[in-house]
Structures are given as C-alpha cells and as structure tokens.
Ligand binder design. Structure first.
Ligand SMILES: [Zn+2]
Length: 283
C-alpha cells in the first residue's frame, strides 16, 4: 500500500511499473508511484523483508585498493572531501564498505559510520576499527557532536527518511554541515532512460525527493545556507546501457558504458544532485 514518505498521503499515480531487481537479481515485480499531494516518487509497496534484498549487496563488500582508486576518479566529485581542521568528526549515514570514511580519516577527520543492518555495521567496524552505529538510540550520546554529516547515496534507501534526518541534525554541532547526494529523478538522464534508468534500483531505492522538496524539508527543520548542485558522473549512463542491452547489471557492459558515460555526462549533467546546508548557530 502506498504511504507517502514525505506527507503521508495514500493516493498516487503510477510512474514506473513492472520493474525487476536488475542490480542484484532478486525476484519480485516493483513499481514507483508519484504522490498526488506532494509529487514524491516512491516504491508503491515497500517489501516487509527489505533487509533480504541487501544480502550479498555489492556496495557493502570490502573493496580492493584498485577499486577504491577507480571509484575516487569516477565518483569523487559526488562526495564532500576536505581536510579536517583540528579534531573534526564526520558521520557517514549509510557508510557501505566505509570507502568514504577511510579517505576522510586520511584527511584528518575522526570517522563514524551508520548502517541500518547491525551485522553489516559490526563487520565494517571490525574491518576498519571505526565506530559504526546501527540504531538511532546509539546516537543519543552524540547530540551536537559532529562537524559534518553525510548521506552519500543513502537517503534514497531510507524507509523513514524525514525522521532519521531530524535525528541526525540533532547530532550536528551548531555551524556543522550536512551533505546529501541522491539520484535526480527529475533529470534529463532519468527521462531519457525511463524504466531502464540505473538509479531506480527497486526495491532498495525507496523514495526520490525532488530538489525543491528536500530543500523545503531542510528549511523546515531549521537548516540554513542551502545549496544545490547537479553532479555529472558516468555511472547512471553506464548502468542504464547495461539494463537496456542485457536487462541486468552486466559488469563488462558497465565498464565499457563508463567510457561513453564520461562523454554523455559532459553533455547531460544532471543524473545526481547534492544538497548541502549548515546548522545555524543562534548563540
Ligand atoms: Zn506526498
């Protein structure tokens, strides 16, 4: 049943139907609908057993140094990298394999992660030696603690995004920064590929917030200095080509697609957007 993750409304119009899990290959047929009240595009029926669709998930696996370097080259501009000033702390929500945190640690940041699945969180924590939370209650000791909180391609995975966002912002220091990078469903890239758009990724991608909606949510929560920028990276093009040709994620097609994707994203530069904001200091 449709229950809008933004406004709670239950009526919708179908946007994408008869979709399969082409990224991981799990069984099931999925659809995305657009809320009649606020236009949020989200999965019509969120599976009860959502965690099952993350078993053996590619982006949770430990990555080689070569892959990390490759990812930095291809995707680097989507992540907010910077040198730490003093002992600054960063919390990466949906930290996956910890790739971003590892790099931030090298830049002087004190790294913390958050992963919903407690087993995945424990595994990343054991491998990297960082604190990785998996429950919201664990954050209660970290109110006004972090200098930077990031959602790098994780916000679209959340079942209750607004609720978690509020909790995370409580954990941000005054003058702390928030950065959210998400697929842009209102993009030319998404329109061009339609049902084959790589970033649909059902049922793991739950909701796609249009830019203006996410901006309104952040304003409502009290965040300031909100900036939005489009990001041009070739992964959306490469994945979509793989889906068009093979109806599944085919690594070779993806790698070849990346080469053409580099040209494509010079022309169409809107597949992903990043929104950043500051928590105001009223004192
Ligand atoms: Zn809605």
């Amino acid at each position: 049943m449709f229950h809008c993750r933004n406004c709670g409304y239950s009526k919708y119009r179908m946007c994408y139907s008869q979709l399969h899990d082409r990224f991981q290959g799990f069984e099931g047929v999925f659809g995305y609908g657009s809320c009649n009240k606020c236009n949020l595009i989200q999965i019509v029926d969120i599976p009860d057993n959502l965690a099952n669709y993350y078993s053996d998930y590619r982006l949770h696996k430990h990555q080689s140094k070569m892959y990390s370097l490759f990812r930095r080259i291809i995707m680097g501009r989507c992540y907010p990298f910077s040198d730490a000033i003093g002992q600054q702390a960063v919390l990466d929500v949906g930290c996956g394999s910890g790739w971003y945190l590892k790099t931030m640690s090298k830049l002087g940041w004190k790294p913390f992660g958050y992963e919903m699945n407690s087993e995945v969180a424990a595994s990343i924590s054991n491998t990297l030696g960082y604190t990785v939370f998996s429950r919201e209650e664990e954050l209660e000791r970290y109110i006004d603690y972090f200098d930077l909180i990031t959602f790098n391609f994780s916000f679209e995975h959340l079942v209750n995004p607004k609720q978690l966002l509020r909790k995370m912002i409580n954990c941000l220091k005054n003058d702390g920064k928030l950065s959210i990078s998400v697929p842009n469903i209102q993009s030319c890239e998404a329109s061009l590929f339609g049902n084959c758009w790589f970033h649909l990724d059902p049922p793991r991608h739950i909701a796609f917030f249009p830019k203006s909606q996410l901006e309104s949510i952040l304003t409502e929560i009290g965040m300031r200095n909100i900036h939005i920028r489009n990001l041009a990276v070739p992964i959306g093009f490469a994945g979509s080509i793989s889906y068009l040709l093979f109806d599944r994620f085919q690594p070779l097609a993806w790698y070849v697609g990346l080469c053409f994707g580099l040209i494509f994203c010079r022309i169409i530069r809107d597949g992903i957007y990043q929104i950043s904001a500051t928590k105001p200091n009223y004192h």
